[in-house]
Write a protein that binds this ligand. Structure first.
Ligand SMILES: *Cc1c(COP(=O)(O)O)cnc(C)c1O
Length: 371
């Protein structure tokens, strides 16, 4: 049985008629760059995230970068984040001219370890970016307590956590701003590139809106240096349709995760992801940990079971960041996890049969490879 890592066609086929009609509407109104469909989606997505505002942007990387700029992060500043994330989190900091300062992750949730936060704060710290990795919100209460005491704003990297919750609060509504990606494979995916920043702060919202449109509030009157970070109109229209199915998709992911957890419980040499107390995990990815990971992935690939690695190299060890001078051993938990992670197939339409096949073959591979 072939098990794909991801199957976007299965999600899109039932929506094709509705999506084609929406694209036609965009063509008829010519609202291609920003415009009415993006404005409508902004309102709907803000409501979904329980925030006052959502600002539609070109992609998740801009959704991280623009709020940092709007918060005044610039050259000479430091922004604290984790090395266990996608490169974009650190790139957004670097593109402000600031320096990413990493702290290690927690070994059970794979998100920022709050116990390491306070000692990383310096007079140069201008923001903190916890990453809600794999679809689970970081431990925000202690992070907020420390950040508030030092007067440092938080930008949540919620690019993998659409609809995830922490003590009843939605991802993206907890810090000063939240960054979302609608890259096609995310829990809420566009049919192209798109992203959004959420916030409850009217001033921050106005600044980000100005930044995304070349720093102009009025056409050709540029009050600041901005960028072109507008969301594509077609993506706005498509996202409005796909948003209606996000909750159902997240519930299917949670059901799939529960089956994986049940079938893998107690298995030697496999660490299964868990939902921490008070949190609602939306399982963008289902990353297990196992020794000799590469051999296990190869064995499964031979059986047409396709897995991923998120991410094989922690950001501080990426070639691009060698200038920071952070070698192996700097963040042992993130490094160990990067060596052991395997992302198993995970998407809403995954069937129980497929999950049972993955687990059966995974157990055989792990047992034989580890003797
Ligand atoms: C996807 C992702 C991003 C970047 O989003 P893009 O839309 O691809 O620019 C940033 N951070 C994390 C954690 C992501 O998963």
């Amino acid at each position: 049985m072939t098990v794909p890592f991801l199957n976007l066609r299965a999600a899109h086929d039932p929506l094709k008629g509705e999506i084609m009609a929406a694209i036609q509407q965009v063509i008829e109104t010519s609202a291609f760059a920003g415009g009415s469909f993006v404005a409508k989606f902004d309102e709907e997505f803000a409501a979904y995230c329980h925030t006052k505002y959502s600002i539609g942007l070109g992609h998740g990387t801009e959704a991280l970068w623009l709020p940092l700029l709007a918060l005044g992060v610039g050259p000479g500043d430091e922004v604290i984040t984790v090395p266990g994330t996608f490169m974009a989190t650190a790139e957004a900091i670097t593109y402000c001219g600031a320096k990413p300062v990493f702290i290690d992750i927690d070994e059970s949730t794979y998100t920022m370890n709050p116990a390491l936060l306070e000692r990383a704060i310096t007079p140069k710290t201008k923001a903190i970016i916890p990453v809600h990795l794999f679809g689970q919100v970081a431990d925000m209460d202690p992070i907020l307590e420390i950040a508030n005491r030092h007067g440092i704003p938080i930008v949540e990297d919620a690019c993998q956590a659409h609809g995830a919750e922490y003590k009843g609060r939605r991802a993206g509504s907890i810090g000063a701003a939240g960054a979302f990606s609608f890259y096609p494979g995310k829990n809420l995916g566009a049919m192209g590139e798109a992203g959004a920043t959420t916030t409850n702060d009217a001033e921050l919202k106005a600044k980000i809106e100005t930044l995304r449109d070349h720093g102009q509030r009025k056409k050709y009157h540029h009050s600041m240096i901005g960028w072109n970070a507008r969301m594509d109109g077609m993506q706005g229209a498509i996202l409005s349709i796909k948003l209606k199915h996000l909750e159902r998709g997240n519930e299917c992911r949670r059901t799939n995760a529960a089956l994986y957890q049940k079938l893998l419980a107690g298995e030697k040499n496999i660490i299964v992801p868990q939902e921490a107390p008070g949190r609602k995990h939306v399982y963008h990815l289902f990353a297990i940990r196992t020794p000799k990971r590469d051999a296990v992935i190869d064995a499964l690939a031979k059986l047409s079971i396709h897995c991923g690695i998120h991410y094989p190299i922690p950001v501080h060890l990426e070639e691009a960041y060698q200038g920071l001078g952070l070698g192996r051993g700097s963040f042992p938990v993130a490094e160990r996890c990067a060596d052991e992670f395997i992302s198993l197939p995970m998407f809403p339409e995954l069937t129980a049969d497929q999950i049972e096949t993955v687990v059966r073959e995974l157990k055989i591979a792990v047992r034989s490879i580890n003797g």
